[in-house]
Structures are given as structure tokens and as C-alpha cells.
Design a protein around this ligand. Sequence first.
Ligand code: HEC
Ligand code: HEC
Ligand code: HEC
Ligand code: HEC
Ligand code: HEC
Ligand code: HEC
Ligand code: HEC
Length: 379
Amino acid sequence: MRINLGNARYLVLLTTALAAVAMGRGWARSSGGDENLKWQPTHAVMRPADYAGSAACAHCHRAIFEKQKTTNMAQAAARAAESRVLIKHPTLSFERGPYTYSLRHEGGRVSYTVSDGRDKITEPVFLVVGAGAVFQTYLIEHDGVYYRAPVNYYSAQGKLGLGEDPATPLPASLEAALGKRLTADGVRDCFRCHSPANVVGDGFDTDRLVPGDTCEVCHGPGAEHVAAMRAGKPRESVIFNPTHLRPEEEVDFCSDCHHSIQEVKKGNLRGVRTVISQSYRLVGSRCWNAADRRSRCSFCHDPHAPLVQETAAYDAKCLGCHATSAGAPASADHPGKPCPVGQRDCAHCHMPKVPVPDSSIVYTDHRIRIAPAGTPYPE
Ligand code: HEC
Ligand code: HEC
Ligand code: HEC
Ligand code: HEC
Ligand code: HEC
Ligand code: HEC
Ligand code: HEC
């Protein structure tokens, strides 16, 4: 399925695309004036021919590939038949009033059925969005219209549940029960962060689905690099290496999808909801130092490995900058003071978990701070 949107928007995009081609297919030079290529994952203008696909990267970067494919980022979107959740749970169902919603994984495909007891509508799930760390959503197409199923899979419960307010009135018809209608633009918006390599021009393309956030989403299209490496001509290689990003550049890079500081400044996120912008919170913490490479997201998170969920495992990172013995003088290497209270599991006390209203996800506050229990959330 290849979707292109209206002509007016296409023109705007074409202009951007031409500018990007002029700069070398969506690449731009780093703002610092150095010669590093800069790449913004969701602002890219992609040409399918520039992609090699992550399977090609695996030939030479096997260890990274094997680790990365197990991450939630790699599975941020998936073909239904390849979803970890749906492989583990080949049949799922949920009832609401007269309606039964079911998902069935059979013969290499997944079908979604809504029945009212008399009639039913069955359609294949064309995309699963969300790895299912907390939940997962399902997109379907029926009579040329896109829908987001009203039921999600919730990992904590291990079953389907209603993805909307339970007070929402019962749908008046089988068609209405299918789910929330999405415009092609709405579907594209999910792709933007969950599967950007499928955003093509002003639309999206699910035929050559490279679902999820894999190698070329962060490193840019790799066909030229692969060709150069295979030909033994590394000097002709073009691939983006984020290792060269300065802390504030890397924070921008990750928050292209992880909610940017600009989003908070524009007022789109307020109060406790600002916690979903790890970049905004981190930059506001006293630990942040734009001149110290240890302020980067990737200092604490290996972008190629699953999130480490044991808070004590981050101690070595904190103690990379903080002295351990009381009275130790601050040094360039250890600019942070020692803790008068705790010796281990630093993040447990200093990066509290914050539940966000209207969200089933509990976030970790990246504004590292002294957080006495019961004190209000500092915006
Ligand atoms: C034929 C082997 C081969 C393939 C295929 C390959 N790479 Fe590489 N890649 C290399 C080698 C060798 C280096 C180290 C080159 C160097 O250090 O100059 C490298 C370096 C890199 C770097 C660092 C580049 C830099 O400028 O420092 C990145 C990022 C990278 N590869 C990503 C990828 C991605 C993404 C893919 C898949 C699209 C891929 N590679 C496919 C061989 C390969
Ligand atoms: C193209 C968009 C995109 C970019 C760029 C991106 N992420 Fe993500 N990231 C996501 C999405 C989407 C998820 C949620 C995936 C899911 O659970 O479905 C995620 C999840 C994560 C998680 C939680 C993983 C887990 O196991 O629960 C971490 C940690 C993370 N990202 C770190 C980073 C870091 C660090 C960077 C920058 C180097 C980065 N991300 C760049 C889209 C992105
Ligand atoms: C601006 C980037 C962005 C856009 C646009 C976006 N998401 Fe996400 N999504 C994320 C990130 C990042 C996460 C991980 C949680 C977090 O940090 O907020 C996430 C998490 C999720 C999860 C939970 C995944 C899990 O493993 O529990 C689902 C489901 C999801 N998104 C669905 C969607 C759908 C459906 C759309 C389109 C309507 C969409 N997202 C649009 C960035 C985005
Ligand atoms: C979420 C974004 C993201 C994804 C997805 C991703 N990478 Fe990376 N990659 C990074 C970042 C950030 C760095 C720099 C890490 C650092 O400096 O510690 C990096 C570094 C690298 C390097 C090392 C370059 C060097 O100089 O040491 C290679 C090679 C590489 N990635 C290959 C891959 C391959 C192959 C895949 C797919 C299997 C992949 N990456 C997927 C963000 C990503
Ligand atoms: C890049 C170096 C760096 C890293 C990494 C780092 N810190 Fe800091 N942190 C500092 C500096 C510098 C200060 C300011 C001097 C001070 O109070 O120690 C600080 C301040 C603090 C404060 C005092 C905050 C306040 O409001 O007074 C706490 C608490 C703290 N850090 C805990 C941590 C924890 C926990 C971690 C790991 C999750 C961590 N830091 C990681 C450098 C760092
Ligand atoms: C000083 C270490 C540190 C730095 C730097 C850091 N994180 Fe984290 N991050 C953590 C810890 C600790 C957790 C909680 C892990 C757990 O308990 O599951 C976490 C959790 C996350 C999660 C999972 C969702 C959540 O909020 O719990 C995401 C996504 C994430 N970080 C993204 C980022 C991004 C993006 C950056 C850069 C802007 C970043 N992190 C910088 C320590 C760090
Ligand atoms: C049991 C909770 C707890 C743990 C675990 C903990 N801290 Fe603290 N930390 C505190 C409290 C409470 C304070 C404030 C003490 C005060 O104001 O007298 C504090 C203060 C600090 C300060 C400010 C010191 C100053 O002189 O201004 C830093 C820096 C710090 N902690 C870093 C860390 C690091 C690094 C670790 C892990 C090695 C850690 N903390 C583990 C609770 C904890």
C-alpha cells in the first residue's frame, strides 16, 4: 500500500525535498561548523533506493544487529505476524456490550474481527504499533479507510483491554465499533516516530515495510556505505555516526522522537506531563553540563540494547561523575559531590518514577535531584 496525500502539501514537500537533495539527501552539516554529517531521524527525506535494510548491516555489524533487534525501539512497529505479543498470544479477545473484538494469528497473518453477535467484519491487521513494553495498538484498513482498533493489548494484564475512556458510549453500529477513523495523515504521524523509514514523500509505504526503529532510522540510509565497504573503499563511505554529536546535539537527536525541549517551550507539555520529555528534564538538572560528554543520553543508555530496568545498574554512571567518599574534593573528573545518605541505587532516590495522568506509562524523572517524598513535582 502506497499512500500519497494532497497536491498542495506535496508541493511544499517537494521544495523541501529538493533542498535536501541539494544537501545530499536529507543530510545536513553539523551546526558546529565541523565536517560531521548531521541526521534528524524524523525530518529526513528518504528515497527507498538509498536504503540497504538492517539485514545488510548484520553481515558486518553482527553483534550490534543481534542486540538491537531485541530492543523495544526495533519493535516500535511490526508486521502483525512478526509481533512478539501476537506470536505469544495467537488468539486474543475482548467483549464490550454486544461487541466481541478478536485477534487471530493464523497461517502467517493476523486478522481482526469485530462481531455484534449477528454480523461481523474481519480485516487483516496491517500494522502493530508499540513493542508492548506497556501496551500495543493495532491499525487496520476497511473499505479504504484506516482505523485504530479501540482495544489494545496491555502487558501487565496479559490481555486485550479498552483503549478509550470506559464512559465512551457504546458504538451505534458494527462499522462504528471497528475503531477510531484515522486519516492517512494520522497514520503517517504514527510512522513518523515508530517506523520513519516507511514515511515516503508526503505519504507512507507499507509494501517495502521496514518496520520499527532500526539501523538506518538513526544512521541514515546506508546503501552507499554498504557498497563502499563491500568494494573495500571506506573513503567513499557515507553513513551518519552519532558518536560525534555533542551532548546538546545528541539530546536533540534522541528527542526528535522522545519529546523535545521545544515541545515543552511551546506549551504542549505542562506540569507533570513534562516528565515525558527526558531531554527537557535532564537539561534542567544540576548534573547537566553541555561540555561534558557524560551528559549524553547514550552515556546511560546503549541505543543498541534493551533498556536496563535495574536502577542500581546505573550507579557506575552516577559515580563516574560523583565522588564516593565524604569530603573528597570536586575534581574535573568527578565534579559531583558525594551523597551523605546512600551508597548504592542512586537513581532509585534521585530519579523518581512519575505516573502521568491519562497514560498507562510510568516515567522516570530525568531531572536528577534531591526528591524528598511528598514534595510537589518541580516543573
Ligand atoms: C561490508 C561490511 C559492512 C556493511 C554491510 C556495513 N558496514 Fe558499517 N562499517 C563497516 C566497517 C569496516 C566500518 C569501520 C570503518 C572505519 O572505521 O573507517 C563501519 C563503520 C560504520 C559506522 C561508523 C562510521 C564512521 O564514520 O565512523 C556506522 C555508523 C556503521 N558502520 C553503520 C552501518 C549500518 C547502519 C549498516 C547497514 C545499513 C552498515 N554499517 C553496513 C563495514 C560494514
Ligand atoms: C525515530 C524515533 C526515535 C529515535 C530517534 C530514538 N528513539 Fe528511543 N524510542 C522510540 C520509540 C517509538 C520508543 C518506544 C518503543 C516501544 O516500546 O514501542 C523508544 C523507546 C526507547 C527506550 C525505552 C526502551 C524500552 O526497552 O522500554 C529508550 C531507553 C530509548 N528509546 C532511548 C533512546 C535514545 C538514547 C535515543 C538517542 C540515541 C533514542 N531513543 C532515539 C523512538 C525513537
Ligand atoms: C513524537 C514521536 C511519536 C509519535 C508521533 C507517536 N509515538 Fe508512540 N511512542 C513514542 C515514544 C518515544 C514512546 C515510548 C514512551 C514514551 O517515552 O513516551 C511511544 C510509545 C507508544 C506505545 C507504547 C509502547 C510500549 O511498548 O508500551 C504505543 C502503543 C504507541 N506509542 C502508539 C502510537 C500510535 C498509535 C501513534 C500514532 C497515533 C504514535 N504512537 C505516535 C513516540 C511517538
Ligand atoms: C536509536 C538510534 C540508533 C539505532 C536504531 C541504531 N544505532 Fe547505531 N548508534 C547510535 C548512537 C547514538 C551511536 C553512538 C553511541 C556512542 O557514542 O556511544 C551509535 C553507534 C554505532 C556504531 C559505532 C560507531 C563507532 O564509531 O563506534 C555502529 C557501527 C552502529 N551504531 C551501527 C548500528 C547498526 C548496525 C544498527 C542496527 C542493527 C544501529 N546502529 C542502530 C544510535 C542508533
Ligand atoms: C556528567 C556528570 C554527572 C553525572 C553523569 C551525574 N551527575 Fe549528579 N551532579 C553532577 C554535578 C556537577 C552536580 C552539581 C554539584 C553537586 O551538587 O554535586 C550534580 C548534582 C547532583 C545532585 C544534587 C542535586 C541538587 O538539586 O542539589 C544529585 C542528587 C545528583 N547529582 C545525583 C546524581 C545521580 C543519582 C546520578 C546518576 C543517575 C548523577 N547525579 C549523574 C554531575 C553529574
Ligand atoms: C544519568 C543517567 C541517565 C541519562 C543521562 C539518561 N537516562 Fe534515561 N533513564 C535512566 C534511568 C535510571 C532510567 C530508569 C530505568 C528503569 O528503572 O527502568 C531511564 C529511563 C529512560 C526511558 C524509559 C522510560 C522512562 O522514562 O522510564 C527512556 C525512554 C529514557 N530513559 C530516555 C532517555 C533519553 C532520551 C535521554 C537523553 C535526553 C536519557 N534517557 C538520559 C538514566 C539516564
Ligand atoms: C535512600 C535514598 C538515597 C540514595 C540511595 C542515594 N541518595 Fe543521594 N541523597 C539522598 C538525600 C535524602 C539527600 C539530601 C541529603 C541532605 O540534604 O542532607 C541526598 C543528597 C545527595 C547529593 C547532594 C549532596 C550535597 O552535598 O549537596 C548528591 C550529589 C547525591 N545525593 C548523590 C547520590 C549518589 C551519586 C548516590 C548513589 C551512589 C546517591 N545519592 C544515593 C538520598 C539518597
